[in-house]
Design a protein around this ligand. Structure first.
Ligand SMILES: Nc1ncnc2c1ncn2[C@@H]1O[C@H](COP(=O)(O)OP(=O)(O)O)[C@@H](O)[C@H]1O
Ligand SMILES: [Mg+2]
Length: 364
């Protein structure tokens, strides 16, 4: 067993006490919450951890719905419906379908791995009624229900006026409250903070940041010790600096560090480990870099070398990195933002993927 998992595990979960507390308080007070942060910091894991606790405490029923692969309202209804079937009617899918999709065309088929797939044929005029039916099912549960819609920004790109439809239906529910989660800050900002949008002022907001250095340090040390291994403070320092303390990258590197360590890990071994790891990723990352235009390559390398760049069109930054004119650099920057290769943090532009940042810094 490796304690540094990439799938949520309640026993090997680091901190996030405040975030879970806020979400729990909002749930108890009947408030909805918007959870956002850059990708891979741990939003989904926080929701899983919250739901694990809520289910254990027996006060709420919970439903986690990942909208990542959804492209329209029919997909939404289908994913939502599948989750309801799985949660409440796993033992008898056929009778479940009858209860949930009364009066609609719905059937079940099984995918190659044996998991049930719902086939829904909802006519255009039937969509609101059908969704109402699904949400009403939850409204009528005895216990209050918390529904998390993860990757919620997807609904902004549905061809239908999905936000208005979903907001209208969910607004009148008393027994169901929501967590909306996502990474695309500018889309979510538009959805939740512009006065004209359906979700305006519908939710509290929780911004997820990095796990504190102190907590992550302790978590790493404790999990090595739990399995009778040691890791020195310097080694932990090195790993956390290497990953910039981003959750996903820290978990990946600690996973490696853990299984490559027999008894103890010292600083020089930790340095060797991160450097060997970058070696294994070299081919992938070179491939990604080659897909970018010349200017985009220059700009992303320059940003990686500086770590964080607040004024990418400032003369000294352009000169120092031999970048093209301000306008060409800006154009490349915008293309990189669009591709989500870089993002704008509070302190400036950074390369989104921390390992890619290290790769560029090291080999260019
Ligand atoms: N508090 C935590 N402790 C341990 N691992 C975590 C924690 N938070 C997230 N992870 C792991 O880090 C990775 C990224 O987290 P995830 O929740 O998917 O991020 P996000 O939803 O923000 O993109 C996942 O592999 C997840 O299991
Ligand atoms: Mg997620």
């Amino acid at each position: 067993m490796n304690p540094f998992t990439l799938n949520y595990h309640s026993e090997y979960f680091c901190d996030r006490e405040n975030e879970v507390k806020v979400l729990k308080e909002n749930a108890l007070n009947g408030l909805n919450t918007l959870v956002h942060s850059p990708r891979r910091l741990g939003k989904s894991a926080i929701i899983h951890h919250l739901f694990y606790q809520l289910e254990k405490e027996n006060k709420f029923e919970t439903l986690y719905i990942d909208l990542f692969a959804s492209q329209n309202l029919n997909d939404f209804a289908q994913i939502f419906g599948e989750n309801l079937l799985n949660r409440y009617h796993k033992k008898n899918l056929v009778s479940g379908i009858k209860k949930l999709f009364k009066g609609l065309y719905a059937s079940i088929s099984f995918s190659a791995d044996g998991s049930p797939m719902l086939n829904l044929g909802i006519g255009e005029g039937q969509m609101e009624t059908s969704l109402n039916q699904l949400f009403n099912y939850l409204e009528n549960r005895k216990k209050p229900v918390i529904v998390a819609f993860d990757e919620f920004q997807e609904i902004a790109s549905y061809p239908e006026k999905a936000e208005a439809v979903i907001r209208t239906i969910t607004q009148r529910l008393n027994n169901v409250h929501f967590i909306y989660s996502g990474s695309s800050f500018h889309i979510l900002q538009h959805m939740f903070y512009s006065a004209k949008q359906a979700f305006y002022q519908s939710s509290e907001s929780l911004i997820v940041g990095k796990i504190s250095e102190e907590k992550y340090r302790e978590f790493i040390r404790a999990n090595f010790e739990k399995f009778k291994k040691r890791i020195s403070d310097d080694a932990i320092d090195h790993l956390l600096t290497f990953t910039d303390r981003y959750t996903y990258y820290t978990q990946v590197i600690c996973n490696q560090a853990f299984y490559k360590t027999n008894k103890g890990l010292e600083l020089d071994e930790a340095i060797l480990l991160t450097s060997n790891y970058m070696e294994t990723r070299k081919a992938d990352y070179s491939g990604i870099l080659r897909l970018l235009s010349d200017n985009q390559q220059k700009v992303i390398i320059a940003i990686a070398k500086d770590g964080e760049v607040s004024k990418p069109t400032a003369v000294d930054f352009l000169m120092r990195n031999k970048l093209p004119s301000g306008s060409s650099t800006l154009q490349a920057l915008n293309a990189l933002l669009e591709k989500e290769m870089i993002y704008k943090s509070e302190n400036g532009y950074v390369v989104y993927d921390v390992f890619f940042r290290r790769f560029l810094d090291r080999y260019y």
